[in-house]
Design a binder for this molecule. Structure first.
Ligand SMILES: Cc1cc2nc3c(=O)[nH]c(=O)nc-3n(C[C@H](O)[C@H](O)[C@H](O)COP(=O)(O)OP(=O)(O)OC[C@H]3O[C@@H](n4cnc5c(N)ncnc54)[C@H](O)[C@@H]3O)c2cc1C
Length: 400
């Protein structure tokens, strides 16, 4: 069945899974473009009604109150049907999605945007003894623990940008705690030398003890064990390392990469199931410079592009290729400090960067911008369809 017949019209059902940065962008862009069409129905499924500002989870983890961003409220007037629930299965042959095991949604087109999380399965003990920032609830549980700790050591495992932002935020909000940042690479490794030096000096100023070139191989209730057998005492471990995605795409038989991300064609359609679009962190999207890595700056354009592609397909036109080039890496270092590394489209660092309060204001502007962008897109869809295409970096696509 390619579409549902209702009261004499054939309705094309688009189901969007995940109301993160990418899924929200897809839902609002699509709804705004098909507003006058009664033959298209858009449904958005998400675990929570409240929008999770993942970029702000280190703030949540340190007890800072965030704005209540209500997804159904934002969707008012768009025509998008919101379904709150946990997606438990996708049947790509029957074109159905199972919610909370007992509800079934049928789709003609699926947009898969279930995001990603830190990989808690790769190292023994993480699942049992470490905290994560995988959801707002996880961050709130950590906030509660940190507030009750009083003294002791917090080990932040993973020296990527999430680890750096979390360590800085915890050190600033909890000066009574020792904060140790452990990881293979030095913090800010992908930045230019001056930006990296600034970032490292800021961590030092906040009292964060950095140990790079180390690998955690086990997490125990009160220590972490490193390669070689050394142990580091830890009252709390925050795990930010690695990346995993929902196993649902692989279980559905969609072609996925080695990390379980849906492999897409240049229009963001699954290479095995073209009626499925994949967006955001859950998608393996190849550009001229390689496969995109998960960011909000790239995730929102993927959602918008998928919506535009669906609109074109509904009109019988061919979708256009997706092109995206990175432009910055903003990293907060507590509330009043940050580094913003400007990048080339392939994410390599340029010589220009911002630091200090100006950078903190820039980072806050970036972090606060998605929600108002969604609001603007409701009335003016083109306002969300502007992003750097990457110039010569994305003009040539590698063969798959
Ligand atoms: C601490 C931190 C800081 C970051 N800082 C930056 C930054 O400064 N700049 C930047 O560009 N990127 C940043 N990122 C990365 C950015 O947050 C992600 O790339 C972005 O969230 C990806 O968007 P998404 O829509 O693909 O997924 P998400 O935003 O993760 O959204 C996925 C949605 O799907 C829902 N979901 C998942 N599984 C299910 C299910 N089975 N059923 C129902 N719902 C489900 C989730 O609840 C969520 O609402 C940061 C990430 C973290 C963790």
């Amino acid at each position: 069945m390619s579409a549902q017949h209702e009261a004499g019209t054939t309705v094309h059902r688009v189901v969007i899974l995940g109301a993160g940065y990418a899924g929200m962008a897809a839902a609002i862009q699509l709804a705004a473009r098909v507003k006058r069409r009664e033959d298209v129905r858009v449904t958005l499924v998400n675990a929570q009604e409240r929008f999770t500002e993942r970029l702000r989870l280190p703030m949540t983890a340190t007890g800072q109150q965030l704005a209540e961003l209500d997804i159904p409220e934002l969707l008012e007037g768009t025509g998008v049907r919101f379904v709150r629930g946990w997606v438990t299965a996708v049947d790509a042959d029957a074109k159905t999605v199972r919610i909370d095991d007992d509800r079934v949604l049928h789709y003609d087109t699926l947009v898969y945007g279930l995001g990603s999380a830190a990989d808690t399965a790769a190292v023994p003990g993480v699942e049992d003894h470490a905290y994560t920032l995988n959801s707002a609830q996880d961050a709130e549980v950590l906030a509660d623990r940190l507030a009750r700790l009083g003294s002791g050591t917090v080990v932040v495992a993973g020296s990527g940008l999430t680890g750096v932002e979390s360590a800085a935020e915890i050190a600033e909000r909890h000066p009574e705690l020792n904060v140790v940042l452990l990881g293979r690479r030095e913090p800010g490794a992908a930045m230019n030398p001056k930006a990296k030096a600034y970032l490292q000096a800021a961590l030092d100023r906040l009292g964060v003890q950095v140990r790079s070139g180390v690998e955690v191989v086990k997490v125990l209730p009160d220590t972490v064990e490193l390669v070689g057998g050394e142990t580091v005492a830890a009252d709390v471990v925050l795990w930010t390392s690695g990346m995993r995605v929902s196993p649902l795409a692989a279980a559905a038989g969609l072609t996925v990469d080695e990390r379980g991300r849906v492999v897409t064609d240049d229009a963001l359609r699954s290479v095995s199931h073209p009626e499925v679009y994949a967006v955001g962190d859950a998608a393996a999207i190849r550009q001229g410079y390689g496969v995109m890595h998960g960011t909000c700056q790239g995730g929102m354009p993927t959602g918008v592009h998928a919506a535009l592609s669906i609109v074109r397909a509904l009109r019988g036109k061919q979708p256009k290729p997706f092109r995206f080039g990175y432009y910055h890496t903003p990293v907060s270092l507590g509330r009043d400090d940050a580094v913003v590394q400007f990048t080339r489209p392939d994410d390599s660092p340029r010589r220009t960067h911002l630091t200090g309060r100006l950078a903190a204001r820039y980072k806050e502007m970036v972090t606060a911008s998605p929600w108002p962008t969604f609001g603007r897109m409701k009335k003016m869809p083109t306002s969300g369809a502007v992003w750097p295409r990457g110039g010569r970096f994305t003009r040539v696509r590698d063969a798959r």
